[in-house]
Design a protein around this ligand. Sequence first.
Ligand SMILES: *Cc1c(COP(=O)(O)O)cnc(C)c1O
Length: 367
Amino acid sequence: MDAIQETVLEIDLQKLKHNFEFIKSNINPKTKVLAVVKAFAYGSDAEKVSLSLQELKVDYFAVAYTQEGVLLRKAGITKPIIVLHPQPINFKTIIDNCLSPSIYSFRLLKQFIQATKTLKTKHYPIHLKFNTGLNRLGFVLENIPQILTKIAVNDSIKITSVFSHLAVSDDENEKAFTQKQIQLFTQIKSEFKKFDSAIFYHLANTSGILNYPKAHFDMVRTGIGLYGFGNTDKYDKQLQPIASLKSVISQIHTLQKGESLGYNRAFIADQITKTATIPIGHADGISRQYGNGNGFVIINDKKAFIIGNVCMDMIMVNITNIDCNEGNEVIIYDNKNTAIPFSNAVGSISYEIITATSQRIKRVFKQ
Ligand SMILES: *Cc1c(COP(=O)(O)O)cnc(C)c1O
């Protein structure tokens, strides 16, 4: 790839393939794989990443919101797409675009049945979400008889799958909690089995897939794993981050002792200090927490700490001891210096920093 001339997010689709195949190597060949591509495929690029996954024969997609699903349909995704957190105002758009809602409450169930009746659908696929301990969204075990009664008298919809979500599958010290979730989900499954044998079941997110083989059921849902993170050292080593955030030194300044840097004069040089200005700021996803010596970028294989306040469009870094020139490449994170240490420097996690990458940053693709 040519030398970087502006801030770009490089996305390596070969690494996506590697991660997809790694996930598949951890599951039974009969188990379906759902790719979670919400939030622009975790800040990368929803269209290109989803099209690659479709070529790799992923079985299902999931997004958080309706408009994300519409975007995938426009891009040419033909596989089933679950909308994890639909709003009733979008039910018509969901049906018009052949998206399938996650239905997690009687309020939604009632309103979705109304929408399907208005649009005269037959057996429209829905996915029922159950709460097994996350306490965020979902029906509970005791709701099943009432759900079944409602479905029985409405042939405008059909239950395609029943699912739940794990709360601490990445935490070794919380195995008992996860086991309880798996057990409760198994109980939910056996209640539905009595009524309908066509429904399929899914529970595991990336860490659930890797750490709990008993949680795979009929399909697994992987998000962060596809993008190269496994939430443990062991799996982080086997997966490959697909995105590298890179920039360039716009200008170099030399501050004399006592001179200040940036807004609010938040940095005052206590000695001669060489600084580099880089075209990426809080509007691009580098939050203000990274400023004032907390966060760092990589220049010429060395850590250059962000000094002063993070601006909207720029950061300034300390390069006093780094040999570099204007126009040189700056790595925010890549495969070697990953988003993990970068985000951990301010008490954040890979999920947050990668999804924060603003849409104005150009995406470039490596096939
Ligand atoms: C976001 C999400 C996932 C993906 O989780 P990862 O930890 O990124 O694999 C799976 N299932 C549901 C319901 C989600 O909301």
